[in-house]
Design a binder for this molecule. Structure first.
Ligand SMILES: [Zn+2]
Length: 361
């Protein structure tokens, strides 16, 4: 059955779509027809989905992991338009599939019922949704629900990428999060009540998907200290360093060369020197100095030393293999100290840490 909905006005429109997990707006590229396959919109200009260009399907649906793990080289901010819903039922919340938001005021959202799927677009801007595959709901308010939402199906919105990041922050599988969704929503709402200034943050100078405004995106002009629209989950620079580290490790294995052991010092002394050269709060220059020293002496520093400076919490990509060579750790530390590509990840993880803390209490 295809539903008919009343015209959209400010009075009937939902609250702005804000991610429950990072507090930032869910927004799509500011262009009409972004998810239209016949236009074709930006979604179908990304290499990974070019094959669907010109399709006449009403809905192009792909496995959810294609979206939630994606980096979008042409439109890096496209991640911020991919979202899920946590829909309130009587005693629990149900996780929906993913859809890409369109830049318009709306009355509710249609999302795939199956949480393992993602609708990335279709042949037209105003598609027909059937109740069997899609669920319609209204954006829940973060505090008390307004009268107009009484007796309506409501749900909280979350970036598809933030859901996966939360699983990393909680050190669990995404499916395990769903079973704790009631406590999770309660803790997140409490977190935002305690941190109202961080909810619904915007930065107009960065509010674009195109490179046209790069001029205004200098770090010194960022309202909230970092680019809040930067992908917090997929950071290609980190993936590249880890991939290079893997190759180096393989080479080393093949050579089977025993490391050179430098001047024999008690480990405590070596650590003291390393801590002086590269403190916990370090600069890129200090990382370079530590590298030079370890290159020369090949000291094997303990795991806690590295964890303080290059933690698995921030660089969760390292979890797949804990045996990371110190050179890879130093590459990651240098990246962290010399660029801001991890700044938004760090910000969002600190929000999630706060939510986790409330959930424990
Ligand atoms: Zn988010």
């Amino acid at each position: 059955m295809v539903r008919q909905y009343p015209p959209v006005t400010i009075e009937t429109a939902d609250p702005p779509p804000i991610c429950l997990l990072c507090g930032v707006r869910i927004f799509g590229p500011d262009a009409p027809g972004i998810t239209d396959s016949l236009h074709p919109g930006v979604v179908f200009r990304e290499e990974r989905w070019k094959m669907y260009k010109n399709t006449k399907m009403e809905h192009v649906v792909v496995p959810s992991h294609e979206v939630e793990q994606a980096h979008f080289p042409k439109f890096p901010r496209l991640w911020a338009g991919a979202f899920r819903g946590l829909i309130k039922n009587k005693t629990k919340y149900t996780l929906t599939g993913i859809s890409i938001i369109r830049p318009s005021i709306c009355i509710g959202h249609h999302l795939p019922r199956d949480s393992h799927t993602a609708r990335i677009g279709g042949r037209r801007g105003r598609p027909q949704y059937d109740d069997e595959s899609f669920i319609h709901f209204h954006t829940a308010h973060i505090s008390r629900q307004p009268k107009k939402l009484r007796d309506r199906q409501i749900g909280y919105l979350i970036h598809a990428h933030c859901w996966i990041l939360l699983a990393h922050a909680f050190n669990c599988r995404p499916s395990a999060l769903e079973s704790r969704s009631v406590q999770l929503v309660t803790a997140a709402r409490k977190y935002w009540r305690n941190h109202p200034a961080a909810w619904a943050m915007e930065d107009e100078a960065l509010y674009t998907h195109t490179p046209a405004r790069r001029l205004y995106s200098r770090p010194s002009r960022r309202l909230h200290g970092c680019d809040i629209y930067q992908n917090p989950l997929v950071v290609p620079e980190v993936a590249n360093i880890i991939a290079c580290g893997e190759k180096k490790k393989e080479k080393k294995k093949r050579k089977d060369d025993d490391p050179y052991i430098g001047p024999s010092l008690p480990l405590e002394v070596a650590i003291l020197i390393a801590e002086q050269i590269c403190p916990v709060e370090y600069t890129a220059e200090e990382v370079t100095s530590l590298r030079a020293m370890l290159d020369a002496f090949q000291w094997v520093l303990p795991e806690w030393f590295w964890e303080q400076r290059c933690s698995h919490d921030l660089f969760f990509e390292m979890k797949a293999d804990s045996q990371f060579h110190w050179e890879t750790r130093l590459d990651l530390m240098h990246l962290y100290a010399s660029s801001d590509c991890l700044a938004n990840r760090e910000r969002v993880l600190s929000v999630m840490k706060g939510i986790k803390q409330l959930l424990r209490n």
